[in-house]
Design a protein around this ligand. Structure first.
Ligand code: SF4
Length: 419
């Protein structure tokens, strides 16, 4: 498997080549979304994953499809070519510009950072895994996402929105101004790249990074900052007051898996009901901004018919799943398929439990570290799933049962009876 997939670097998976399409800031136009859907449908299997860093992955490609895919995506502005493309790892709060509680709208900063990181001469040795998160201080708490470098908007003494910095999740006690934020991020990126192409933020000394930023005038001490403890996903119609009387609709995507037809449907809704844009959310959802409030409920109702789960279900039952079989060579259990079936069964039952379920087809935990009320863990040497209660990252919790297959009714019953 390739170390970190891109468009020129396809990862070889059990279901074919996998390309990661970076969408800095998570924002793409309806035309760009159609470009991804068309490429996935003609060059790949039509299966598209929405990652927990708000990028898209096209699955089932032939291993020599990279150049043709690159041409298609460059034509719609989603590929800058070469190694620089893989450095554009900028995660932005998907509610930026839509959330009336945010302190700062960081969309311009996200775009400027993506441009800077995507220019060939900036931090050329930066690891393609080096990730940046931007949180405008709104309701979603995006700064709780694990990232190499995080910027969180806070009000300084003058009421302006300075940006507090954290390295590998550890607040540095310094903040940069919006005008110096790009330079501050690039300074940290260059410091990492200077130590070697595999260097991550955790390899840097936080006090040295903070002191260097202050000494260079790119940041100033800011004292303690209240940091979000967890990301708070948002689904459904957002209030209309924030954007000139228009609403935003957050459409949930079950276990982060789309097909080309669903992505085209979202692009059509963005054009016909919204402002022609889609914003990918790292909690498996797609935001459609600029929808007339009167159309929001109807849009969500129609999303059920094309396979998106009901908001009422995902607001209670969170299901995350790794790629599993048949996508991953290490898996024998279909984690995504089982997760989809579980959400569908919960929707049909009309009574989704309030719970978080994680399906991981082996112990690697690719679906992302998260606490879960119930972890279904597949083992590659034996069929079936072991049920673990109270799972935490890298700690499965006690085994409480075994299922030969991920029977949705049995899982829902276990969740209902756990008290
Ligand atoms: S958790 Fe294991 S089975 Fe699932 S995608 Fe990762 S490596 Fe494959």
């Amino acid at each position: 498997m390739a170390e970190c997939p891109g468009i020129a670097h396809l990862a070889e998976m059990a279901d074919g080549g996998l390309a990661r399409v970076r969408t800095p800031g998570g924002r793409l136009s309806a035309d760009q979304a159609r470009g991804v859907a068309d490429a996935a449908g003609t060059l790949g299997s039509g299966v598209i994953d929405l990652t927990n860093r708000a990028n898209l992955q096209i699955r089932g490609l032939s291993l020599d499809a990279g150049p043709r895919l690159g041409e298609r995506l460059a034509a719609v502005g989603l590929y800058v070519g070469g190694e620089a493309d893989r450095r554009r790892n900028v995660l932005l709060d998907p509610l930026a510009g839509l959330d009336p509680t945010e302190i700062a709208d960081l969309r311009p900063l996200a775009a400027a950072l993506a441009d800077a990181l995507g220019s060939a001469d900036v931090a050329a040795d930066l690891s393609p895994k080096f990730s940046i998160a931007l949180d405008g201080g709104g309701r979603a708490g995006l700064a709780a996402t694990a990232s190499d470098l995080t910027l969180l908007a806070r009000r300084d003494g003058a009421g302006r929105g300075a940006l507090a910095l954290a390295l590998a999740g550890r607040p540095l006690g310094v903040a940069t101004e919006p005008e110096t934020a790009v330079a501050a991020v690039l300074a940290v990126a260059r410091a990492a790249a200077a130590l070697g192409p595999d260097t991550r933020a955790r390899d840097l000394a936080p006090h040295v990074v903070a002191a260097d930023l202050v000494a260079s005038g790119l940041a100033a001490p800011c004292g303690d900052v209240a940091w979000p403890a967890e990301v708070r996903p948002v689904f459904g119609a957002l209030p209309a007051s924030h954007a000139e009387g228009r609403a935003a609709v957050v459409v949930p995507v079950a276990v982060g898996r789309l097909d080309a037809g669903q992505l085209r449907w979202l692009a059509a809704r963005a054009d016909e009901d919204g402002e022609g844009a889609l914003v990918l959310a790292p909690w498996s959802a797609v935001v459609l901004p600029g929808v007339a409030p009167a159309r929001a409920a109807d849009l969500l109702r129609r999303s059920d018919a094309v396979g998106f789960p009901p908001v009422a279900v995902v607001e209670r039952l969170t299901v995350v799943a790794c790629a599993g079989a048949p996508s991953c060579v290490r898996a024998r259990e279909p984690a995504k398929g089982a997760g989809l079936a579980l959400l569908a069964r919960a929707a049909a039952s009309g009574a989704a439990p309030l719970a978080r379920v994680h399906l991981s087809a082996c112990g690697k935990g690719c679906a992302g570290p998260a606490d879960a009320d119930l972890l279904l863990l597949g083992a590659s040497d034996a069929p079936g799933w072991t049920l673990h209660a109270h799972a935490a990252p890298r700690r499965p919790g006690p085994a409480v049962g075994r299922l030969a297959e991920a029977d949705a009714d049995a899982i829902l019953e276990w969740l209902a009876q756990r008290g």
